[in-house]
Design a protein around this ligand. Structure first.
Ligand code: THU
Length: 130
């Protein structure tokens, strides 16, 4: 796991957040099985509900470039308590990345790694659609 690199990339991505309404900037970095990296930041809309989180931006970018297998995702936010992915992003991370490690980090060097199965136990996914 490229932990330091993922945190660095997510920290850079966070700088590009478009968050004029919440002022809450989030950066994400996703590592593919074949060693590529995709980054994302949150992008807000004046119609607030259309906002997209950093994690999903990173995943959509990777999927739209043909990537299907993912190793790790990092999420960086400037909060004392490490910020975990929201519920919608947990569902999407699970569906597209399955039980990967999620690295949470802040700007002060605090980090923690949690598995998706801890963040979203008993997840709904395609296996039920039969
Ligand atoms: N946000 C993310 O980008 N990721 C999360 O997992 C939590 C929330 C963004 C959405 C919105 O732009 C801002 O943080 C405040 O909710």
């Amino acid at each position: 796991m490229n932990k330091e690199k993922l945190i660095e990339l997510a920290t850079e991505a966070r700088e590009r957040a478009f968050a004029p309404y919440s002022n809450f900037k989030v950066g994400a970095a996703l590592e593919t099985d074949d060693g590529d990296f995709f980054i994302g930041c949150n992008i807000e809309s004046a119609s607030y509900g259309l906002t997209v989180c950093a994690e999903r931006v990173a995943i959509w970018k990777a999927v739209s470039e043909g990537k299907k297998n993912f190793k790790t995702i990092a999420v960086v936010v400037d909060t004392e308590e490490l910020t975990p992915p929201c519920g919608v992003c947990r569902q999407i991370i699970w569906e597209f990345c399955h039980d990967i490690p999620v690295i949470l980090a802040n700007l002060k060097g605090k980090t923690e790694t949690v598995m998706m199965s801890e963040l979203l136990p008993r997840a709904f996914d395609t296996k039920f659609l039969k």
